[in-house]
Each structure stands twice: as C-alpha cells, then as structure tokens.
Design a protein around this ligand. Structure first.
Ligand code: ADP
Ligand code: MG
Length: 748
C-alpha cells in the first residue's frame, strides 16, 4: 500500500455508553497500522487521530468495534443535536435498547418467583435463560469484538463470563437478572450522557447563519441581500435590525443601539453601542438599527473562538481525572485477580465448598463470579469528566472561559491573587485631566499654545503605542485639534514599564513615568512637586522631553471600577487573605488606588520582569497563586502564575490574552472572579464526593460478596445506581450559580 502523508483527522463517535467504550476504541484504533496518536473524549464524542491511516480504515475499524464514526468534514457531518426525549423512547429507538426491554419482560417472572419468593419452577428458568440470551446478545457481541480487535478484556467480557458461570452453576434467574440489569444500566448511562452532552452543547449559543448584506451592484442604489455568513468577508457592510442577533463581529458604522452581550460575557446589562464601537457575533441587538462593517471572518469571531477553546478544554484531562484513569486501569485486573483467588484458594486450602448446589451463595465459585461483576470502574471513570465539563460549560455561559480541567482544578486551590492595576482594577480607560508645559505662558491654566504644543508632540509618539495612557493622550490631541501638527513618530520603541520613545521630525521625544525622569532627565522642581500631589490623588503623571530637554507633563486619571471593590470583598469572604495589586505606576498613585479599591497590599514601580519575580515569590510563600491582568503588558506574569487570568475578552482585552491565559473573563467585571472560584471549588467538592462514593460502594460490595452475603444482581444494581448518581451529581454544576447571582447579574 502506498504510504499516505500523516494527517490529523477529527470524527464524531456515536454509540458510546461509558468512558470504558472510549478507551476500547482508542486501543482498537491504535492497533491499526499508520496510527501515530489517537484521543477520544467520551464527553464530547470527539475522536482525533493523527497518522497516515486513511479515513475509511478508521471508520471501518470503529464499526468493527461496534460504534459509528462520522468524519467531521463529511457532508452528513455532525447533525444537529438530537436530545433524547424520554428514556423509554431512547430504549425503543435502539436495537440494544429493544433487546434490553424484551429481556426485562422475560426476567420479571423469575425476579418475583425465584429471587423474591425463593421458589423454583422449570418454565421460569427457561424464561430467565431467554432473558439472558436476549439482553446478553449485544453484550456478548461487543465482548467478542473487543477481545478480537482491541485484544482487551473489558467489562462486557467480564459480564459475559460471570453470566455464563452463573448458568453453569445453575442459577438461571440470577444470570438473567445480571445481564438485564447490566444492559439497563449501560443504556441509562448512555441516555444521561447524551442528555448531558446536548445540554452542554446548547449552552453555546448558535449564531445566525444568514446576514443582511448592504451592497450596491455596479454603483447602483444600495440593496439588502440575505446571505449566508460564510460568504461574507472582512469589510463587508451588514445591517442588523432591532431585536436581531448580531451575525458577525464588526464595527458599528452607523446607528446607535444597546446590545445584550450576555451570550459572551454572561452579563445581562445592556451595553450602549455607537459608531466605532465593536459588536460581537451572537450578542443581541436592542432597539436601534445598526449598520456594521464586518471585522472578522465567520469562523474567527470571538464567539466561535470561545466555542473552540471550550471544546478543546473539555477534551483535556484534569490531573484528578488522570488519577482516576490510572486507578481504573489497575482496578479491573486487580479485581479479576481477587475473583480468581476467591474462587480457588478457600476450596483448595481450607477445604471449603467450591460449588454448593443446595446453597449457591455459599459456594466459592459463585463468590468469585460475583466479584467479576463489580470489576468495572464505570461509575469511577464517569465521576470526574462529567463534573468538569459541566463546570466548564457553566463558566462559558456565564462569561468565564476555563481553558481546561487543569485550570479549573488549580483555581480551586489558589491561596492568593495578584492584580494588575490598569485595566484590571481600574477601568483602563484613562483620560488626560491636566496639561503643564514647562514654558506654560498662563500659570495654572493649561489652555495655552505651549500646552497645545506639548500635547501635539507627545501624541505624535503615542499614536504608535498600544498603552492605555497613550490612547488617552491621542484623544486629548484630537480634542485640542492638534493631532495633525506632527507626523506619526518614527522608530517608536516601548521602554517596558517606563514609557515610550520615538523620533518626531528628527527630534528624539521621550514620554515616560515620573520615576524614569527622576532617574534620567532633569525637570522643574515645582512640576515635580505638583506631579507628586496629583499622584497622591490617584492620578498618573506622564513626563515629556525632547532631545533630553524637559518639556512638561500631563496628568491622567483612570477611574476605579465599582465592581472591583465588590469583587475583592467577595474574594476575602471566600477566604483569600492575600490580595495584592501590582503596578508599574508610582507609589503614590498605587497607594491611593489601593485604598480606593479596598486593598491593603500593593507593589508599585514594578517593571514587567519584576512583576514576574513577585508572582514567583508569592508562589513560594503561598503555593498556588492567580495573577489577574488585561494581558497588555502582564503576559509574562500571567504565564508565570499558577493560574493566569485575563480580563475583558469582549471589552478591549487583547486577543493574545484570550489565547494564552489559563482562564479568561469575558467581561471586565471582576466579580466574575469570585464566581469562578466558587464554581471551581464546587466542582472539586463534587469530584471528591463522586470518587469517594464510587470507590466506597465498590469496597462495600467487595466485602459483602466475598462474605457470601449479597447476590450478583444486587452488585450490578448498585453499580448502575452509582454511575447514575455521579453523572447527575456532576451535571448539577451546569446550573446557574446559586449564590450571589443577583450581584453578578443585576438585571437578569
Ligand atoms: P501598569 O502596571 O499599570 O500596567 P505599565 O507597566 O504599563 O503600568 O507602565 C508603568 C508606567 O510607565 C506607567 O504608569 C507610565 O508612567 C509609564 N508608561 C509606560 N508606557 C507608557 C506610555 N506609552 N506612555 C506614557 N507612559 C508610559
Ligand atoms: Mg497593564
């Protein structure tokens, strides 16, 4: 066979009941030639295969294993979600389900007569055997397939052996009951899993597929054309009518309206939009009609990137899940071994009955077989993933993007939080409140020609800077009508954490912090004092020089967010004692802002590298630490912290921050942070409970069965019950946050 180039492929797998199935499929595929790696997430049903193997080979092998694979690219592709309506219907729609139902009917007489009343009757035994055959057929088929194709022993194999053993011993009703209950339990798991999947998927809002494009043909009058969003390109004009969902990311060109951004930020409040504002696909337009210029391709919108990130997050395994997987891998062989020993050792060594026809449960073969029944770690392997993806989905819907189970888990453990100041605790939208040129002609009044000149020169440099302070200074130059006095500066370089420098018409112009000027450029004493006073008010003075000569300063002010204060109070109530503000700003400014926002600790005049070092230091002292920033100049610190949290995905935060942080808050409301913390803690508590109860029930039945007290079918029932319990328990995290939801979503 000609060797194919290696490729990555994605498939949707249908028909899995429990995570064990996913593992069998992975193993079976791995045995195919040309498979370099494969990963199947039970919770999202997504299979990723890389290697030179062909699509047909993969689909064929999955089919041999008893499941269905649909290539993500194929036209029949992932159909819309089919949320099963009722359990009975779910059973009736499937061959296995119908067999289970039939088996259930056949076993009823045996259950009543033999198991409950303790009598025996020939024809009832026949019915029970019938139940065994009917309900056991799919189980046995799958058992054969996994042994054959994946060279693996899974729960289907063990169940088949146990049931056959029971027949050999002569407990026919017991054998039938075991199979019927087992397949019923599997069906129940499959049913709840698909319910969980569809409720998780429905959280991610569907954006409209059609948009109204505004275009004129050959310079004719402008027409409205209904078009699929996939056909629209960047720069196209579209119209969004009142009440419509916005189909694409774009910039408002005309019209004003208020937009509900809850599908992205989770925040119910309406946001005013006017020309030049960004709007996002999936959000809902209010009462105004908006004309937009498309700014992102349809599969690159903020919402579709969020959905991709969430899907990826759900496929990644959290550390606690890896523990469970490892445990599960040892558990099954260990129980099989114990089963063998229990069946053989007591009869051989202690001369106890191997087989006891008058009292079956007293025979040790029976006890050994019964142990096989509890060898499946099903509930255990379900306990973690369902919880994690439910929490991740809940977060996504409420405006918190967890990039994976690991981020969720780490967050639950943090002991301290470091905050960036600008754009995180404050609005990040500073404005120039004061201009002071060195040669200002009118003392105390900044409305003079010299001050205009200062603003014009500084903004020539700032036009090339990304910094929030830079934007504010450019805005000021526009207000004063001096934005075109100088061309944009050349060779503009950011001096990280200090300022920015560039060449304006051949002159070297520096714009930077007071501290930087204190160190390198002499400036007027009274300006120095005035700037210090402004800083004590919480303002940020920025100094300007040309060719090393001091020209003056401007003072900027950035408002503290009301929500930040609340957020800090809530975090403290959640037991976080160490909350620190980190900033490159001056000590005076920092202390004032810290006081305003209700923080006791701050570190000022930090360079980006020093922020990183401080975060490292906090980690040494407290263990897990979160760093919260807007990602503009905190990227290194965000990356260094145990958990990096980027704020403001839909409010001016950078694209890069969304991709690199461990957690992204989609709005700039910091109250999302206590919400995320509470969600992560609830998820971890749920996982602990789930893992505890699934292992606990196993242990109880292990002891009970070895002592010859319980019956096989009780063990199966307990198993299925636990699996159901942990799934439903995990799904509880899908629900809206209960506590403080009023504070978080004041208008919803
Ligand atoms: P923060 O920690 O608040 O994000 P930065 O590290 O970005 O602060 O900047 C620290 C200080 O350096 C600012 O307070 C400001 O004085 C100065 N600075 C940095 N970049 C600029 C710029 N582009 N224009 C003016 N001042 C700047
Ligand atoms: Mg910053």
């Amino acid at each position: 066979m000609a060797s194919q180039p290696s490729q990555d492929r994605v498939f949707l797998i249908r028909g899995m009941d429990c995570p064990e199935c996913a593992r069998s499929i992975e193993k079976g595929l791995f045995r195919l030639e040309g498979v370099d790696a494969c990963n199947l997430a039970f919770t999202t049903e997504k299979l990723r295969v890389s290697g030179s193997v062909t699509e047909t080979e993969i689909v064929g092998r999955v089919k041999e294993l008893g499941f269905e694979a649909i290539a993500e690219t194929s036209s029949e592709g992932p159909a819309e979600d089919r949320a099963p309506r009722g359990f009975l219907r779910y059973l009736l729609e499937r061959r296995d389900g119908r067999l289970t139902l039939a088996g259930g009917l056949l076993i009823l007489p045996g259950l009543i007569w033999t198991e409950l009343l303790g009598r025996e009757l020939f024809w009832i035994d026949i019915l029970s055997l019938g139940a065994l055959v009917v309900a056991g057929l799919p189980v046995a088929q799958s058992a054969l397939r996994t042994v054959w194709k994946a060279r693996e022993i899974n729960i289907n194999v063990l169940m088949s052996v146990a049931a056959l053993g029971a027949v050999v011993i002569g407990v026919y009703t017991e054998a039938g009951m075991v199979m019927v209950l087992f397949s019923l339990g599997e069906a129940m798991e499959g049913y709840t899993a698909s319910r969980a999947r569809s409720s998780i998927r429905s959280l991610m809002t569907v954006t409209p597929q059609i948009a109204t494009q505004l275009s004129s043909v050959d310079g004719g009058p402008i027409q409205q054309i209904r078009r699929p969003v996939a056909q629209l390109g960047i720069g196209d004009r579209i119209l969004v009518r009142p009440g419509e969902r916005i189909p694409m990311d774009g910039l408002v060109v005309e019209g004003v309206s208020e937009v509900n951004q809850a599908p992205i930020t989770g925040e119910g409040a309406l946001i005013d939009k006017k020309p030049d504002d960004h709007v996002f696909a999936g959000t809902i337009n209010g009462t105004g009609s908006l004309e937009l210029r498309v700014s992102k391709a349809f599969d690159d919108t903020l919402l579709s990137r969020m959905i991709r990130l969430v899907e990826k997050a759900q496929e990644q395994r959290a550390p606690s899940q890896r523990f469970v997987d490892r445990f599960a891998r040892i558990y099954t062989p260990a129980v099989v071994l114990i089963a063998l020993l229990v069946a053989l050792l007591p009869p051989l060594l202690l001369d106890l009955p191997f087989w006891n026809p008058s009292d079956h449960a007293n025979g040790w073969l029976y006890r050994g077989l019964a142990l096989l029944v509890i060898a499946c770690p099903c509930a255990l392997v379900l306990s973690t993933p369902v919880t994690i993806i439910s929490a991740i989905s809940n977060g996504a819907r409420s405006g918190v993007l967890f990039k994976g189970g690991a981020a969720l888990e780490e967050l639950s453990r943090i002991r301290g939080v470091a905050f960036d100041k600008t754009g995180t605790l404050t609005q990040g939208d500073p404005s120039v409140v004061h201009v002071r040129a060195a040669d200002c002609a009118r003392e105390g009044d900044d409305d003079c020609e010299e001050c205009d000149e200062l603003v014009a020169l500084a903004s020539a440099v700032q036009r090339r800077s990304e910094h929030p302070l830079a934007k504010a200074m450019v805005t000021k130059s526009v207000e004063r009508g001096v934005q075109t006095r100088y061309p944009e500066a050349a060779r503009v370089t950011a001096m990280m954490g200090k300022g920015v420098v560039g060449s304006v018409e051949g002159r070297l112009v520096q714009v930077g912090s007071h501290k930087y000027f204190d160190e390198s450029i002499p400036h007027l004493d009274d300006h120095c004092a005035q700037a210090g006073e402004a800083a004590c008010q919480g303002q940020t003075p920025v100094f300007i020089s040309s060719e090393g000569t001091y020209l003056g300063y401007v003072s900027l002010s950035d408002k503290v967010r009301e929500s930040s204060r609340d957020a800090l109070r809530m975090l403290r109530a959640l037991g976080l004692k160490t909350l620190v503000m980190l900033t490159g700003d001056s000590v005076q400014t920092a202390s004032r802002v810290a006081e305003d926002v209700g923080l006791t600790e701050y570190r000022a005049e930090l360079l980006p590298a020093e922020k990183v070092r401080f975060v490292e230091d906090m980690e040494r002292r407290f263990g897990s630490v979160a760093m919260v920033g807007d990602g503009i100049n905190d990227a290194p610190a965000l990356a260094k912290a145990t958990v990096g949290i980027a704020v403001g995905g839909a409010a001016g935060g950078t694209d890069q921050a969304l991709e690199t942080a461990d957690i992204a808050l989609m709005s700039d409301d910091l109250r999302l942070l206590p919400f995320a913390l509470r969600l992560s803690r609830a998820a971890m508590r749920t996982i602990q409970f789930n893992v505890g109860i699934s292992i606990g029930i196993k242990l109880v039945f292990l002891v009970v069965l070895v002592m010859g007290l319980g019956t096989m079918w009780m063990a199966v029932l307990a198993d299925a019950g636990t699996a159901l319990l942990v799934t439903l328990n995990g799904m509880r995290l899908l629900r809206r946050p209960s506590l403080d939801s009023a504070a978080l979503h004041p208008r919803s």
